[in-house]
Ligand binder design. Structure first.
Ligand code: HEM
Length: 433
């Protein structure tokens, strides 16, 4: 962590802001925000993307998060038969993040009748992630590997995935244009990009930003949240749930008031600590995206030459015992104690370090805070001993090198906390938080 903090805090930071040119990525997916070397065009796109999910937009985007969190709570109750049956939370949380991505990017809400379309979108998103994964992209840097049967097969699949994505994006975009045409523009990222006259984006740029926004949050938020639910479900984790529940009531006095206020500014420090710990401990983007040095970078007595590809080992940095003391322990309290509470600058790298840091970090924090608040208010979460979660910060999911690591499947009981919680959960359809 010390090295990452030094590198991104000092004058070297801007020098690490580029991405390497990746022939496979550009051949298959074109240049998205996350895969583009630094340029004036990218700066404009990044600024527009940041603006579209910045704090002033939240009041417009929150109704989507509110609705999807109600659907999640209701699904957990119905499918878990009021806590009698254990279930794997990942597909349900992934449904929340997938629907949320569609809703906040294009203003569309997918209903259950579109299940096959939804499954296809998920499949294509997974294909994209696979080809972006570090071990799969060696061929980007060692060109001869591009001719191996496996890489050729992956490229073919990726091209099919991209053709599918382009078609459904065009469809979603034309739905949006129609809504704008009849004077009913939904609050969403695409609409805000269209209106952003300062950024002067062309259609390709708007599509590339929307594609990155659709792709960025699905597995990342789901993996971090579900990993955290696994830790909350253990015997030690049930004490964390009790502490969080008490902290919420201490602040609000009443569970209904707290539930309704889940989207306001973060008022419960213990909950903020909890989502940070989920992000840190379950580092879903173990090695992030590659950076390329734009000039020689001097660090200590070494020099990283210009044009070098640099991967940050986010997972190791996030579990660094020298920085955290007990890096491989899930302990939200650490964020409320010294030294972390008064440490300025980078305190975890779940969103990556430095100038290419995830542009959606604040809205992702906001979503995780609200969803955790509601789940803790409404449910007691208990591990199924026959299918318990793997609660190790490194080995919780397959592969250490994946772009997005998701937890191994496990099952939990979601027991509605009390009569009032049942009422809130059953209130799925009512509008507005
Ligand atoms: C818990 C949630 C999330 C995590 C842990 C996460 C993590 C990351 C990481 C590690 C990077 C690479 C940073 C680097 O290069 O150093 C990244 C980039 C990116 N993320 Fe996220 N992300 C999350 C949510 C989202 C969401 C919700 C969106 C879209 C709405 C999004 C869009 C992007 C984009 C567009 C980039 C590329 C930025 C660039 O290259 O300039 N992410 N994210």
């Amino acid at each position: 962590m010390a090295i990452a903090r030094d590198l991104v805090a000092g004058s070297n930071s801007a020098a690490l802001s580029s991405r390497p040119h990746e022939p496979i990525m550009s051949q298959t997916f074109g240049l998205g925000i996350g895969t583009q070397p630094m340029s004036e065009r990218l700066k404009r796109m990044r600024t527009a993307a940041l603006k579209s999910v910045a704090r002033p937009m939240w009041s417009l985007l929150d109704p989507a998060v509110d609705y999807q969190s109600r659907v999640l709570e209701s699904d957990l109750k119905v499918r878990g038969q009021d806590g009698a049956v254990s279930l794997d939370p990942f597909p349900l949380v992934q449904k929340l993040t997938m629907n949320l991505s569609l809703q906040i990017t294009y203003g569309v809400q997918m209903d259950s009748t579109e299940d096959s379309r939804y499954q296809s979108i998920l499949k294509q998103a997974a294909a994209v992630t696979r080809i972006q994964t570090v071990t799969q992209v060696w061929a980007n840097f060692i060109p001869i590997l591009m001719w191996t049967p496996k890489v050729r097969r992956d490229i073919k699949l990726a091209k099919e995935a991209q053709a599918y994505r382009v078609a459904y994006q065009a469809d979603l975009f034309s739905q949006l244009v129609k809504k704008i045409g009849i004077g009913k523009p939904p609050a969403c990222i695409a609409a805000s990009l269209l209106e952003d006259r300062e950024a002067k984006l062309n259609q390709d740029e708007i599509d590339a930003i929307c594609r990155a926004m659709l792709q960025g949050g699905v597995e990342t938020i789901a993996g971090s949240l579900v990993g955290g639910l696994g830790s909350l479900s253990t015997l030690a984790g049930q004490k964390i749930q009790a502490t969080a529940y008490r902290a919420i009531l201490d602040e609000y006095g009443d569970a209904n008031a707290a539930w309704a206020d889940a989207f306001s500014a973060e008022k419960v420090p213990y909950l903020s600590a909890l989502y940070k710990e989920c992000l840190r401990f379950y580092t879903v983007s173990a090695s992030g995206l590659p950076h390329e040095t734009m000039r020689d970078v001097n660090y200590g007595c070494s020099t990283i030459p210009k044009g070098t590809i640099v991967y940050f080992n986010n997972e190791a940095i996030n579990h660094d015992d020298q920085f955290y003391g007990d890096g491989n322990v899930f302990r939200p309290e650490r964020w409320l104690e010294e030294p972390l509470i008064s440490t300025k600058g980078l305190t975890h790298v779940a969103y990556g370090p430095g100038p290419r840091i995830c542009p959606a970090l604040h809205i992702s924090n906001h979503i995780m805070y609200a969803v955790l608040m509601r789940l803790i208010l409404d449910y007691r979460i208990i591990a199924d001993e026959k299918a318990p979660p793997v609660t190790d910060g490194i080995f919780f999911g397959p592969g250490v090198e994946g772009l997005n690591k998701t937890p191994y499947p496990f099952k939990l009981y979601f027991k509605p906390r009390d009569e009032n919680a049942v009422k809130r959960i059953n209130n799925k359809e009512s509008a507005g938080a």
